[in-house]
Design a protein. Structure first.
Length: 439
């Protein structure tokens, strides 16, 4: 799936010390392939990758992030923008009763979504009623009646021999009588977009003057969902999209392309069959989910705050000149402590990403305290020049810090390891992007 693919790309990138024109290009190629495989429209994928390249090139790599993390952040921001930036709420301002039309193909989840929205609106202190307009299938009316019963909400008693237009007109009066401020209108669907259906929906739109026309689309159908959204939007005008069945193994492509292709915002996503399985669509969260980062982005942001750039630059210089002492090592550990949860953070920190040895030390908060204690028990001279640490000095330090000589040795080992790795990473001098190749 898309997240898996992108994660692989970024994992690879994370391991890189420097970001060159080549590995940006390579990563972006992979990103584009991953998007295409996730059924993202090829034009969307192409423009997206182009946009990223523009954002990435010429961007100073922030000292507190590795280049790989920087690219992840850029991709994440771009994905978020692609999906509309921020969450779009339902627009239900105006004189009640207001109608919300649910439209879409058969089986996309309209009826279920009507029930889910009814629940959400009642929790928001509105009083919705349900209106079945799908008179062609008696079962559809019963389905909505059952849902209304579960929710304890009124449902307009549509008959199978009623014309949809008459139902719409009467339902408006019904809503007023029942003291309802919102009508959730569950319309008929077809297996394919067809003219007859569109004409009926247009007539309903005229009668209801809906505050929202929500297209319900099945995320599992990928590119088709985008196509369907386009057709409905051209004919009816769609104010928002509800993307259902995102809990299944939908490839996610639809979520990415719909906004870009149709201009219609995704307002909600369906994540299950139950009535409470409807979530507000947050482009930023969706983006993180696609990238498989979860909390990682938050950590990136935390890291940005915690490390001021100058300090990081100073650290980089020390690594480069190989004057990174145990005291600096301690400073970095203190920074880590400030950041909280360690396991994930280690990889995010400048320099620390390479310190695999630290991970082997199984650093937890307690361990950190001990590590600091060990370094504190050293003389300043020892901290600045670890080479002088002989057996008797180590015994003294262990005793002074309440640890063991083995622990002291382990610390020195990981410090040396970190230094060695940093030397290698910094070996090529300051990171500079190569001049752009002509094509
Ligand atoms: P309609 O024909 O558009 O009214 O579609 P329905 O509301 O009857 O839904 C069709 C099927 O999809 C039903 O079995 C629903 O339970 C299921 N469904 C709807 N939304 C979701 C969702 O978000 N996740 C999952 N897993 N199933 C859903
Ligand atoms: Mg239905």
């Amino acid at each position: 799936n898309l997240s898996g693919k992108l994660q692989k790309v970024f994992k690879h990138l994370r391991g890189q010390g420097k970001l060159t024109e080549e590995n940006i290009q390579e990563a972006l190629r992979e990103v584009r392939l991953a998007l295409l495989e996730a059924d993202v429209h090829y034009k969307v994928a192409r423009d997206f990758v182009k946009g990223i390249a523009e954002r990435a090139v010429g961007r100073e790599v922030m000292q507190s992030l590795t280049p790989g993390q920087q690219v992840i952040k850029i991709v994440n921001d771009a994905l978020t923008d692609l999906m509309g930036g921020s969450a779009e709420p339902l627009r239900l301002a105006g004189k009640p009763p207001l109608a919300v039309m649910l439209v879409g193909l058969q089986g996309s989840g309209k009826t279920t979504t009507a029930g889910k929205l009814a629940l959400r609106l009642s929790r928001d202190k509105r009083r919705p009623c349900l209106v079945p307009v799908d008179v062609y299938r008696p079962a559809a009316i019963d389905q909505l009646k059952t849902l209304a019963g579960q929710l304890g909400l009124p449902v307009y008693p549509s008959k199978t021999d009623q014309r949809p237009e008459d139902i719409a007109r009467e339902a408006l009066a019904f809503a007023s009588r029942e003291g309802c401020d919102t009508l959730l209108v569950d319309t008929a669907g077809r297996l394919h977009v067809d003219d007859e259906l569109m004409a009926e929906l247009e007539r309903l739109k005229k009668i209801l003057s809906p505050a929202e026309i929500l297209l319900v689309a099945d995320a599992m159908t990928g590119q088709d969902a985008v196509q369907v959204a386009s057709s409905f939007n051209e004919r009816l005008g769609v104010s928002g999209v509800v993307l259902t069945k995102l809990d299944g193994d939908a490839r996610g492509g639809a979520a990415l392309s719909i906004r870009a292709v149709t201009g219609c915002p995704i307002k909600f996503v369906g994540v299950g069959e139950k009535l409470d399985a409807l979530e507000v669509f947050h482009p930023d969260r969706m983006s993180s989910r696609i990238l498989g980062m979860g909390d990682v982005l938050t950590i990136v942001e935390k890291a940005q705050e915690a490390f001021d750039e100058r300090q990081a630059a100073e650290m980089a210089r020390k690594f480069k000149e190989d004057t990174f002492s145990l005291e600096d090592f301690r400073d970095q550990l203190r920074q880590i402590k400030k950041l909280g949860s360690l396991e994930q953070i280690l990889e995010m920190l400048p320099g620390m990403g390479a310190m695999k040895e630290l991970k082997k030390m199984q650093v937890d908060e307690k361990e950190l305290v001990r590590t600091e204690a060990i370094i504190n028990s050293m003389t300043r001279q020892e901290r600045l020049n670890a080479e002088i640490l002989n057996a008797s000095r180590k015994r003294r330090i262990a005793a002074g810090s309440g640890t063991s000589v083995q622990e002291v040795n382990r610390l020195i080992k990981s410090y040396n390891e970190a230094r060695r790795m940093m030397r290698q990473m910094m070996g090529g001098g300051v990171t500079r992007k190569k001049p752009k190749k002509r094509r």
